[in-house]
Write a protein that binds this ligand. Structure first.
Ligand code: URA
Length: 234
């Protein structure tokens, strides 16, 4: 309980009063049944990637030629520690990410860093990537084809990195990696795995910037992440 209060105080310090002004529906994260809808087996995706290491995978990704890549300044592959216990997967690079060649370095990234810190996790201790490696023009949502092109590499990335927990940030990442059309609001708090690894689906930081009334829900997801990590680390 003490820890929870500590995290709440940090979260409050990060996000201000608005995150506590909104009541959380009773069903928010606890004791939800295991989700039994879509398969999570990526049945639509026939292609696989066989890279034997993350370095080889990065080379394969960098050698892809596609329209999105031709319009982008950089391929944004990943940032952080590949051996980290936590792997976060977002949607696609924005303008700053495209310029710097790193995921989550803009405004959303700052919020993400603070969300992690609020539960005592440093950005330098996690591994971050996206389901699409190039910035869609004007920051539009990546198309289904663009996601499908990258997905085999993303799945291989997960298999090679072998994190203990995957955090999926936003609907595009959730739909791609969990192979589902169920909205995040219904998936949150449900025990589920991809390639045998625990998955926490949560809202995208950019969405939270636009919809601060959802921050408390996201806080609960990050508390769940903290608890999972504490369980793994004894
Ligand atoms: N939003 C994302 O989904 N990924 C990034 O890298 C930056 C913003």
């Amino acid at each position: 309980m003490h820890d929870l209060l500590k995290h709440m105080a940090r979260w409050y310090g990060t996000f201000g009063i608005d995150c506590f002004l909104h009541r959380v529906p009773q069903s928010s994260t606890q004791n939800l049944p295991e989700y039994t809808g879509d398969t999570g087996q990526h049945q639509g995706s026939r292609k696989t990637c066989e890279a034997a290491s993350i370095e080889a995978l990065e080379m394969s990704v960098r050698s892809i030629d596609c329209p999105l890549k031709r319009m982008a300044k950089n391929t944004v592959f990943a940032d952080g520690v590949p051996e980290a216990d936590i792997m976060l997967i977002g949607e696609a690079p924005g303008q700053e990410e495209d310029e710097q060649g790193k995921p989550f370095v803009g405004q959303s990234g700052m919020l993400l860093n603070n969300m992690l810190l609020a539960v005592g996790i440093k950005r330098s201790a996690v591994y971050i990537t996206n389901v699409v490696y190039w910035r869609p023009p004007g920051n539009r949502t990546p198309s289904a084809d663009e996601v499908a092109l990258c997905l085999p590499y993303v799945m291989r990335h997960i298999a090679l990195a072998q994190p203990k927990v995957i955090v999926l940030l936003g609907g595009v990442a959730v739909r791609a990696v969990l192979d589902t059309n169920v909205p995040i609001s219904r998936l949150r708090g449900v025990n589920r795995k991809v390639l045998g690894i625990d998955v926490i689906p949560t809202f995208h930081p950019a969405y939270l910037l636009r919809s601060p009334n959802q921050k408390l829900q996201a806080f609960k997801d990050f508390i769940a992440l903290r608890k999972l990590m504490d369980k793994f680390n004894g």
